[in-house]
Design a protein around this ligand. Structure first.
Ligand SMILES: *[C@@H]1O[C@H](CO)[C@@H](O)[C@H](O)[C@H]1NC(C)=O
Ligand SMILES: *[C@@H]1O[C@H](CO)[C@@H](O)[C@H](O)[C@H]1NC(C)=O
Ligand SMILES: *[C@@H]1O[C@H](CO)[C@@H](O)[C@H](O)[C@H]1NC(C)=O
Length: 393
C-alpha cells in the first residue's frame, strides 16, 4: 500500500496523467496483421497511444476442432524474434495501469464452422474454457473476447443459438471466479441477431457485448450504401428489410430483447467501404455499382480505405456529402464512392451511446485512424471519441 502511494505520488510529480475520466468504455481492437502493412500504413503496438482506450483486444487467436487454441500467426504473436504481439500489447499496462488487455478469438476469416462444432459438444466446451483460462494466465491478459461470426451463419446451424449460450456459461464459470473479463463481439443486423443470440441468457453471463453495428452495406451488394448509418434513410423502405440495417435499429434490438444498456458497447469502424459507380452521375443511395472501390496504398484491398487514406488522398479532392437522415458522411470523386466516419458523425454516434446509457463504444480498429498525424492531429478519430465522451458523459 505504502509503495503504491509513493508510486502514485511519483506519477503526479513527473506529470503522468491518464485522462480517461468519462467512466465509459472505449474498447479498441488491435488487428495484429497490420504489422505487415508497408510504408506509412505499417502499424504495430508501438504506434498505440495507451491513454486513448480503456480496453485493448488482441485480434485474433483461432480455434481448432479439438477445442485447443490456434495461434494464427506465430511470428506476429508469440515468436521470439518476431513481433511478440501478445507480450507487447499486455505491456501497455506499464504505461497505463488502468488498462484492461484482453485477447479476442474468432473474426471473419475464422468462419463459423469450427465454433459451431466445438460449442455443440459439452466436453469440448469445458476443454475450451480451460484452455482459454490457461492461455490468458500464461500471457497475462485480463480477459477473453469471443468473436464468432456468426452463430447459425456461414456453415453454422440452427442450434448454435443455444450452444453459444452454453459455451458462454462455461466460460463464465471458469473465468469469472478468477476475476477475468468475458465479452463477445456480436452481430448488429436484425437478421443475424434474432436467430443467433439468446439475449437475456447472454446478458446474464458476459461483462460486455460489443455490437458490430457496421458492414450494413458494401460492394458485396449491387448498389451504393453507407457501411454504418446511424439512422435509416427514407429510401431504405423501398429495399426489403434495409430499414433494419442501421446502428439505431441494431442497438435498440439488443436493448429491447433483454440486454442491460451498460453491457452494450456501440461498435464503430474507422475504415470506409468503397464502391466503383456504374454511372459517375448517379451518386445517390442505391445507385448501381460496377464493383468495389479501388484499393488504397496502405490497406491495399479493393472495397476498403482507412480513414488515414481518405484524409490523406481524397478529402481535399472529392465532393463531401453529409447525409441528413443517416447522420454520416460520404465522398465521391471520378467513379469512386466512399462512406466513412469523421469527427461530425462520431460525435453523433458517441452522443447516441451516452443518451442510451450504453457502456461505451467499441472501435474497429486503431490502424485505420490517422495514427501518424499525416493529415493533422494524430489519432483524430479516436481523440474525437475521447473528447465527446468527456464533454457529454
Ligand atoms: C437491402 O437491399 C438490397 C438490394 O439493394 C438487397 O440485396 C439486400 O438483401 C437488402 N438487405 C436487407 C437486410 O433487406
Ligand atoms: C440513381 O439510382 C437510383 C437507384 O437505382 C435511381 O432510383 C435513381 O433514379 C438514379 N438517379 C439518377 C439521377 O440516375
Ligand atoms: C487539404 O486542405 C487543407 C486546407 O484546405 C490543407 O491545410 C491541407 O494541407 C490539405 N491536405 C493535403 C493532404 O493536401
Amino acid at each position: 500500500m505504502k509503495s503504491l502511494s509513493i508510486l502514485s505520488l511519483f506519477a503526479i510529480i513527473i506529470g503522468i496523467s491518464f485522462p480517461i475520466v468519462s467512466g465509459k468504455n472505449i474498447i479498441c481492437y488491435f488487428a495484429s496483421w497490420t504489422v505487415y502493412r508497408t510504408s506509412y500504413g505499417k502499424f504495430d503496438v508501438s504506434n498505440i497511444d495507451p491513454s486513448l482506450c480503456t480496453h485493448f483486444n488482441f485480434a485474433f487467436i483461432g480455434l481448432n476442432e479439438d477445442a485447443s487454441i490456434h495461434i494464427l500467426d506465430s511470428w506476429e504473436s508469440d515468436a521470439q524474434g518476431g513481433y511478440e504481439g501478445f507480450k507487447h500489447l499486455v505491456a501497455l499496462k506499464e504505461q497505463n495501469p488502468d488498462l484492461k488487455i484482453c485477447v479476442s478469438m474468432g473474426g471473419w476469416n475464422e468462419g463459423s464452422k469450427t465454433y459451431s462444432k466445438v460449442a455443440a459438444d459439452p466436453e469440448k466446451r469445458a476443454t475450451l474454457a480451460q484452455n482459454v483460462l490457461k492461455f490468458i494466465k500464461e500471457w497475462g491478459f485480463d480477459g477473453f473476447d469471443l468473436d464468432w461470426e456468426y452463430p447459425t451463419r456461414r456453415g453454422g446451424n440452427d442450434i448454435d443459438k443455444d450452444d453459444l449460450t452454453e459455451l458462454l456459461k462455461e466460460l463464465h464459470n471458469v473465468l469469472h471466479p478468477e476475476g477475468y473479463l468475458l465479452s463477445i463481439a456480436a452481430a448488429g443486423g436484425y437478421d443475424k441477431i434474432i436467430p443467433g443470440y439468446d439475449i437475456p441468457a447472454i446478458n446474464e453471463v458476459v461483462d460486455m457485448i460489443n455490437v458490430m453495428v457496421f458492414d450494413f452495406h458494401g460492394a458485396f451488394e449491387y448498389d451504393v450504401g453507407h457501411l454504418s448509418p446511424l439512422y435509416a434513410a427514407d429510401v431504405d423502405r423501398l429495399y426489403y428489410d434495409n430499414i433494419t440495417y442501421n446502428v439505431d435499429f441494431g442497438i435498440q434490438t439488443w436493448l429491447n430483447l433483454g440486454s442491460v444498456p451498460e453491457k452494450i458497447n456501440l461498435g464503430i469502424v474507422f475504415y470506409s467501404r468503397t464502391f466503383t459507380l456504374a454511372d459517375n452521375r448517379n451518386t445517390s443511395l442505391y445507385a448501381p455499382i460496377k464493383g468495389p472501390g479501388k484499393a488504397g496504398p496502405y490497406t491495399n484491398q479493393e472495397g476498403y480505405l482507412g480513414y488515414h487514406e481518405i484524409c490523406e488522398f481524397h478529402l481535399n479532392s472529392s465532393t463531401y456529402v453529409w447525409d441528413e437522415e443517416q447522420l454520416v458522411p460520404h465522398i465521391y470523386w471520378d467513379d469512386q464512392w466512399a462512406g466513412f466516419e469523421d469527427p461530425r458523425s462520431l460525435t453523433e454516434k458517441v452522443k447516441y451511446a451516452i443518451d442510451n446509457d450504453l457502456g461505451g463504444v467499441m472501435i474497429w480498429s486503431l490502424d485505420y485512424d490517422d495514427f501518424r498525424g499525416r493529415c493533422g492531429k494524430k489519432y483524430l478519430l479516436l481523440e474525437t471519441v475521447n473528447s465527446v465522451l468527456k464533454e457529454y458523459s
